[in-house]
Each structure stands twice: as C-alpha cells, then as structure tokens.
Design a protein around this ligand. Structure first.
Ligand SMILES: NC(=O)c1ccc[n+]([C@@H]2O[C@H](COP(=O)([O-])OP(=O)(O)OC[C@H]3O[C@@H](n4cnc5c(N)ncnc54)[C@H](O)[C@@H]3O)[C@@H](O)[C@H]2O)c1
Length: 363
C-alpha cells in the first residue's frame, strides 16, 4: 500500500512505458527536456512545434527527432494541420506547451502573442475533444496568469486571473479557455478525458538559449567574457529547475489519467518559499559557481512594466498530488552551470541530460 502511494506521488516510469503522448512545444526548452524524459521511460512521443529559433538550441543538441516517434514542424495557428497531426498520432495523453513565452517580445507583438497563446489553446482543445483515445490533457500556462497585486503572499489557484502585459494576460486568457472547454465538453457523466492547467514559476536549467531571459543572457555574457546587464535587480521571482515543473506535469497527468475528474482543475507548481529570490541574488549565485571572473551591471534603458513581486502557493499540489520541489535554487544553478560546461567541452549532451534526469528522479 505504501509503495502504491509513493508511486502516485512520483513520476512513475512504468505508467509512461508505451503511452502515446502528444507534446506541443517540443522544439523549445521545456519541450526538449520533457521529450527526452518521456522517451527515456518508453513513452511514444509525437511533437508539434515551430522550428527552433535560436542557435544553438536544445532540440538539435539533444537530437530530439531521433528520440521521439514523430516531429511535426508546424504552427499551432494552423487548426487543420494541428487537428490532422493529433488524429494521426491518436494520443492518450496531451501536454500543451507551445506558446510565445516572452514578456518583452509580447509588448512588441501583442497580436501574435494572443493568436498563438489563446487561439493556439482553443485549437488544441478543439482538436482534443474529438479524439477517442485521449484521457488526460495538461495545458501549461504560467505563474504570471494571476492579477498581480504586488503583495507578499503566494497566489493560490482560486485567486483572480489577470496579467498586465500581453504575454501574462494571454496566459490568463488561456486559463479561461481551458476552464470553458473543461466545463462545456469534458465534464459530462460519460466523460473519460480530463483536462487540467498548470502554472509554474521561472524555470532555469541547461539548454535554454532564448533571448531576453535572465539565465540565458547570463550564460551568453559570461561565456563571452562580458558583463551581464540586468534591468530590475530587485524583482523577485519563483525560481526552479526545469525538471521541477515537468515532474509536476507528469504526476498530474498520471492522476488525471487514472482517476475520475477530481484532478481536472488548475495547479500551481512553484519552488519552496526560500527560493523566491531577487534577480540580483540569482545572478550572484551563478557568478559564485562560474569558474572564471564574471560580473553584472545595471541596464539603464527604458523599462517596460514587469511585476516586482511574484510568488506561488503550492499547497494544493503538495497535499493532493504529493508533489514537492526536490532541488533548491543553489543546486538548480549548480546543475545548469555543470550542464553548460559539459556542453562547452563537447560532451554527449543527451547522455549528460539523462544523467541529470536520473539524479533528479533518484533523490
Ligand atoms: N521558461 C519559463 O520560465 C516558463 C515559466 C512559466 C511558464 N512557461 C511556459 O512553458 C511553456 C514552454 O516554455 P519554454 O520556456 O520551453 O519556451 P520556448 O520558447 O523554449 O518554447 C516554446 C515552444 O513553443 C513553440 N511555439 C511557439 N510558437 C508556436 C506556434 N505558433 N506554433 C507551434 N509552436 C509554437 C516553439 O516552437 C517552442 O517549441 C510555454 O507555454 C511557456 O509560456 C515557461
């Protein structure tokens, strides 16, 4: 009995072995790690996303096409294409992560951001509701989907949705879309397909080369021996290693798949309280682990509005899923620095990433 409880509270490789899983955003940072993790447990993964837009990128570094069953390089705004891909792959489980995920880019490109993040979610759920085999779907949004009150408390799943900038707001809208679809199409008595949403914090880890994100900017600056420029050193965020929210999504999907609709709701997956830290502290931790001199400077250019204080209350995932963070911020930074050193030294990064997944799982 105790073993059974522990299996439900951890990522259960036996559960994933042979499962057909449809992952959107598999060409991105979280998608690369998730595809590798799923494939390592024997899941049959189909991916759907745009061609990677950075060089290097995790998709190529890990050679994701060779670990998964099928990789669609396609746009989530193309409903017909998405529907066909989903029908052809006939998944039992769906994880929706494809998004325009950058706050500053969203200020310049609001229409694209809403089209991808809101209508993309509509397309995904519309296609999903016509699938016969699908039993569990998680729509990934963000900690930024809440109406930010700049208060010291963590946001709970039943707090007001909102979002000041187009990115955050589009994710609040994606939450509403998922909620409407859940109530309208995935809740009747005979329903066996359960839909949840997941809101995670600021994710860090090896293999993120995105523009305009703190850790990728730091790694690029330090590798090029230049100073990192930061805009808002006092802004506080819930920092966590990428494997933390991914483990939360996987455990949530296990519950959605195996239970009735009682897990079909919104879930926060954030770090422990102590890891809600200011940008400056995080940068100084990276510098302390970097093995050559590195420094940061204040960026004085015009600042777009970004929340100053943001924290998640994860009591629900702690109590009802048994999910808890495993790596604190210091360890997460150690892992990401080790990953980038290994990459610079030309190591086999698929093996290296798998070894980090194994370390995470065995702790
Ligand atoms: N990285 C973080 O700190 C963080 C925090 C909270 C939530 N999230 C969410 O997690 C998810 C993954 O984020 P990430 O950090 O891996 O970002 P990423 O930019 O590395 O990956 C985004 C993925 O979405 C795909 N995509 C973008 N536009 C698309 C389109 N029009 N059609 C099809 N695919 C498209 C990209 O090709 C890529 O595969 C996103 O939904 C993001 O909002 C990320």
């Amino acid at each position: 009995m105790e073993n059974l409880v522990m299996m439900k509270q951890a990522v259960n490789a036996q559960f994933w072995n042979g499962k057909k899983v449809f992952v959107t955003g598999h060409t991105g940072f979280k998608g690369g790690w998730l595809s590798l993790w799923l494939a390592s447990m024997g899941a049959k993964v189909t991916g759907y996303g745009l061609s990677p837009n950075t060089n290097p990128n995790l998709y190529n570094v890990l050679d994701i096409p060779s670990v998964i069953e099928k990789s669609y390089i396609a746009d989530i705004r193309d409903f017909i294409g998405l529907q066909k891909a989903m029908l052809d792959s006939d998944p039992e489980i769906i994880i929706h992560m494809a998004a325009q995920p950058l706050v500053r880019y969203s200020y310049q490109n609001p229409v694209e951001t809403y089209a991808v993040n809101v209508m993309g979610t509509v397309h995904l759920l519309e296609a999903a509701r016509h699938l016969h085999s699908a039993r569990a779907t998680v729509v990934v949004t963000t900690d930024k989907c809440y109406e930010n009150k700049e208060w010291v408390w963590g946001y709970r799943e039943n707090d007001q949705l909102g979002g000041f900038d187009p990115y955050s707001n589009s994710k609040g809208c994606a939450e509403l879309v998922a909620s409407a679809y859940r109530q309208s199409y995935f809740s009747n008595q005979n329903n066996t397909h359960h839909v949840a949403t997941a809101r995670a914090g600021n994710v860090i880890g090896g293999g993120d080369w995105s523009e305009d994100r703190l850790i990728p900017d730091a790694i690029k600056a330090f590798e090029g021996n230049s100073a990192l420029r930061i805009r808002n050193p006092r802004a506080t965020r819930p920092w966590q290693h990428v494997l933390e929210p991914l483990s939360g999504y996987l455990i949530l999907l296990q519950h959605l798949y195996e239970a009735d609709g009682s897990y079909a709701s919104a879930w926060n997956f954030g770090p422990a309280d102590a890891d809600n830290r200011a940008v400056q502290e995080v940068v100084e931790l990276v510098i302390s682990k970097w093995n050559s001199p590195a420094e940061w400077q204040l960026e004085k250019s015009e600042h777009l509005h970004e929340a100053n204080f943001l924290k998640l209350d994860c009591s629900k995932a702690n109590c009802n899923l048994g999910w808890h963070p495993r790596w604190n911020l210091e360890l997460a930074i150690e892992k990401l620095v080790q990953w980038h050193y290994a990459c610079l030294q030309g190591e086999n990064m698929r093996e290296f990433s798998l070894s980090q997944i194994n370390q995470y799982v065995s702790e």
